[in-house]
Write a protein that binds this ligand. Structure first.
Ligand code: PEP
Ligand code: CO
Length: 455
């Protein structure tokens, strides 16, 4: 293997390590054919974009930009639909506009979409009325219905996932390049609800202030500022199903190393972050910037070793640590980890995922999250980083552009009984559009209260 590849690594070297959270494919021949086709199809992203994102994440590490990463917990094939995609893009654009204006900083937008189709599960099988079947692992792998046919891992879903990711990317790119994200026209990304939401006024004031600043700058410059006509959008998903990730891992002309060209920013989930495990082995060899979820169960030593393995050259922008401690535990669990990373001299970007440590199951069996806990975790994350002389570089959220009722609280104070109205997630509960925008507005006021946006 040439010197631009870490020692002992190849796109398939993960197969020599323990790979948790992988399905059993009954039909191996079709699996091999599907993977072969996946390896030849045009990729979803390019190495240029991947390198650009790495450079932006390096800037975020230095506090020069703020990262907004958000989208569904799990995409479904059925949700690959123009209205849902456009609304999700709208809410992310609105949030980023609030953050840019309030934090006085560039915002790097990373969607949890165009490939977020595989989910880790707590058990490999599920039993109902004496029948045991494989767990549903996301649309990339099998279907949720409780029948042997639906639950069998189907290799053709890999190709369907690639197709739907490409459709999502194509539509998103078309909207953005066509002018949808033009700061001169924030009305393009108005959602109907904006006019009657409790926070509408606050949002409108920020939009107006931005319009005024833009007109002022353009008057000074004597021309339209083209940079504001479009924004960059990047994609991410959990790099979970390793045979599919490996099939889309390629060399490209004139760039050293291997790139995962199915997404700009893959991340390793909490359940697959074992140091000697297959996911870490796969990720250490690719050139993409990557994230690792960090929960309260992670020791300082484990985290330091992950930094050493995943970023041995201490390359800026390469490694993002996404902590997801829960509001109640962040103040005790995070400081030793920040200290360990600093003591090891590792350059990382820290993001806060305030969703996965705050999930609760109601007596009715419904999974939810309280907006207040989510907000508290973000507030505490800023404070803990400041106390430790570190910096929180962004947030990682599960959200949708729809009027769902999955998380409790927020400006409309959704209650347990409200959840039944529009609970649509098959997996984790997401912030709805209003709660998502409210969180962005609150982040801006937390930073304002902490004594100024730019640190
Ligand atoms: C997720 O991001 O949907 C997820 C499963 O997170 P974690 O790995 O942090 O539990
Ligand atoms: Co989730």
């Amino acid at each position: 293997m040439s010197s631009d590849t870490p020692r002992g690594w190849s796109p398939q070297s993960w197969q020599q390590h323990a790979a948790v959270q992988q399905p059993e494919y009954p039909d191996r021949a079709t699996l091999e054919r599907a993977l072969g086709e996946l390896a030849l199809l045009p990729p979803l992203v390019t190495s240029w974009e991947v390198n650009n994102l790495r450079a932006l994440l390096a800037q975020a590490q230095e506090g020069r930009c703020f990262v907004l990463q958000g989208g569904d917990c799990a995409e479904s094939f059925a949700d690959c639909e123009s209205g849902l995609i456009a609304n999700r893009l709208k809410v992310l654009l609105q949030m980023s506009l609030v953050l840019v204006h309030g934090l006085r900083r560039k915002v790097v937008r990373i969607g949890r979409f165009a490939g977020q189709y595989a989910k880790p599960r707590s058990t490999d099988t599920e039993t109902r009325d004496g029948l045991t079947l494989p767990s549903y692992r996301g649309d990339l792998i099998n279907a949720p219905e409780f029948t042997p046919q639906a639950r069998a891992a189907d290799p053709l879903r890999l190709l369907e996932g690639h197709k739907r990711s490409a459709l999502t990317m194509n539509f998103t790119r078309g909207l953005i390049d066509g002018g949808f994200a033009d700061l001169h026209h924030p009305e393009y990304w108005d959602l109907d609800w904006v006019h009657h939401a409790p926070l509408a006024e606050q949002y409108r004031q920020r939009v107006e202030a931005i319009g005024e600043s833009l007109r002022f700058m353009e008057t000074l410059a004597g021309q339209t500022i083209g940079d504001f006509n479009r924004v960059d959008f990047y994609t991410s998903h959990e790099a979970l199903l390793l045979c599919a990730e490996a099939a889309q891992t390629r060399r490209v002309p004139r760039q050293p190393g291997w790139y995962n060209l199915s997404t700009h920013f893959p991340w390793i989930g909490m359940r697959t972050a074992a140091l000697d495990g297959a996911h870490v082995e796969y990720c250490r060899g690719i050139r993409n910037p990557m994230g690792v979820k960090v929960g309260p169960g992670m020791s300082a030593q484990w985290l330091r070793q992950l930094c050493e393995v995943l970023n041995p050259d201490n390359e800026p922008g390469r490694l993002t640590l996404i902590h997801r401690m829960g509001a109640a535990r962040i103040e005790s669990a995070l400081p030793p980890l920040i200290e360990a990373v600093r003591a090891g001299g590792h350059r990382v970007l820290w993001l806060c995922d305030p969703m996965h440590g705050n999930t609760q199951t109601l007596a009715s069996g419904v999974k939810t999250r309280a907006f207040a806990d989510i907000l508290t975790e973000v507030e505490r994350a800023f404070a803990v980083h400041a106390q430790c002389g570190s910096r929180l570089g962004g947030v990682h959220l599960e959200l949708t552009g729809e009027d769902v009722t999955e998380c409790l609280g927020g400006a409309r104070d959704l209650s347990e009984t409200d959840l039944a109205r529009a609970y649509r997630s098959a997996v984790d509960p997401r912030l709805n559009y209003e709660q998502a925008l409210e969180l962005a507005l609150r982040i801006v006021s937390i930073r304002g209260a902490a004594g100024g946006a730019a640190d």
